[in-house]
Design a protein around this ligand. Structure first.
Ligand code: STR
Length: 413
């Protein structure tokens, strides 16, 4: 185990692929300073751990997403054998490109995901939620333990993002299974590379079908050029589509489960919410700050030396934004940053969706999903209870996300 002092002295915090102690690890990374040395499966990187620094760096054009700016990549030290390579080498899309080109790749997606435009799909999200609550009720009949993740929190965002993008709902099970394998560090790398290739075929087929016969989904929207505009290439549409599906389902699972988890372990706060004294909106924002779905966001590369909190990210080095550490930053959130508290007197100003040009385009969508799912869940099952002690909830071996293995509950206490 790495102790905080060793880390501060320059020994890297070795990020645990098995995610056995997320809180302890987050504290160690924060203790290692504003710019912490971390090691990700043998690969050295910097981690930004303070809100204010991240806010500045996320608009700094000297940090780029282009893998070719990474010395460890261009020198061949990091290859496709590295299990996290899929997080940075994801094809050309709004996730991997910066500057003017990035604007071109992103505009249509962000326009389609404004809070106003999303109001149109609210009834669909409500319908999916009601159907999944029925399934939950069925699974939890007669006091049986049911997995809130598998039956509710996981299928809901998949159905929503699938519908938006025009994915055949029949493919949802396959996609859920593939992404679970993609994110898990237990998956052998050859298998991960093979499934990514399979997903590329699936998405390319989808884009070709929509090119032949456009409908009113976002994938068709991405294919059609704006008047006078340059159309996106097939590779770019595929890249955006897979970024949307991957990001759109994985992160919202975390948001919903983490909110339920926090409320169930703080019954006094849950009572206030159910009594209407605190809004669901506050619950969602405090959950986003306190228990970020994204633990570390991989990765940006320095095109020049960049100074951060007394340290330097040298030209050619890689840096991750450690959103979990940032959400617990006392300089931003006060001395009780480590506590879940929906009664904070000051507004919660978290940065969990990022900042700057790459700020999460799905932020409004995830807030709408959680804003429908959470009140509906507790309205139907006000006595919802964890079926195991909170301390027994386990993370999946996923290094970049806060992804729980399962969430066993009893519906009626
Ligand atoms: C997964 C693999 C892939 O095909 C495409 C992408 C691009 C978007 C990435 C996604 C990745 C992994 C999860 C991310 C998402 C953007 C937001 C999401 C990093 C690499 C978060 O966890 C915030």
């Amino acid at each position: 185990m790495t102790c905080p002092h060793a880390a501060a002295a320059g020994t890297p915090v070795v990020v645990d692929p098995m995610v056995r102690d997320l809180d302890g690890e987050t504290a160690r990374i924060r203790a290692a300073g504003p710019l912490a040395r971390v090691e990700l499966l043998g690969v050295p990187a910097w981690a930004v751990t303070r809100h204010a620094d991240a806010r500045r760096l996320l608009v700094d054009p000297r940090l780029v997403k282009d893998l070719n700016a990474w010395d460890l990549w261009t020198s061949g030290a990091v290859t496709h054998a590295w299990p996290l390579i899929g997080m940075v080498d994801a094809g050309r899309s709004m996730f991997t490109v910066d500057g003017e080109e990035h604007r071109r790749l992103r505009t249509k997606t962000s326009q389609a995901l404004t809070p106003r435009r999303l109001e149109a799909i609210r009834p669909d999200i409500e319908k999916f939620t009601a159907e999944l609550l029925d399934a939950l009720e069925e699974g939890g009949r007669d006091g049986a333990v049911v997995d809130l993740k598998a039956v509710f929190a996981q299928p809901l965002p998949m159905r929503v993002v699938g519908m938006l993008m025009g994915v055949d709902p029949e493919a949802n099970t396959m996609l859920t299974r593939q992404y679970k394998k993609f994110f898990s560090m237990l998956t052998p790398q050859e298998e991960r590379l093979a499934l990514l290739a399979e997903l590329d075929v699936f998405y390319t087929d989808l884009v070709r079908a929509k090119t032949a016969l456009p409908t009113d989904d976002l994938t068709s929207g991405l294919i059609l050029a704006d008047e006078g505009g340059e159309p996106l290439t097939e590779e770019e549409v595929v890249g955006n589509l897979k970024a949307m599906v991957a990001a759109g389902h994985e992160t919202t699972i975390g948001l919903v489960l983490n909110a339920v988890r926090a409320l169930l372990s703080h019954p006094d706060q849950l009572r206030k919410v159910l009594a209407g004294e605190v809004s669901w909106e506050t619950v969602i924002e405090e959950t986003l700050r306190f228990d970020t779905p994204t633990t570390h966001l991989l990765m940006r590369f320095a095109t020049e030396d960049v100074e951060v909190g007394g340290g330097v990210i040298a030209k050619g080095e890689g840096v991750v934004i450690s959103y979990r550490a940032i959400g617990r930053d006392p300089e931003q959130h006060g001395p009780d940053a480590d506590a879940f508290d929906i009664t904070r007197p000051t507004p919660i100003r978290h940065m969990t969706f990022g900042h700057g040009p790459h700020i999460c385009p799905g932020a409004a969508l995830s807030r709408i999903e959680a804003g429908i799912a959470l009140p509906a869940l507790f309205a139907r099952f006000p006595d919802l209870a964890l079926a195991v002690p909170d301390a027994e909830l386990r993370n999946l071996p996923v290094m970049t996300q806060n992804d729980l293995e399962s969430f066993p509950v009893r519906l009626h206490g």
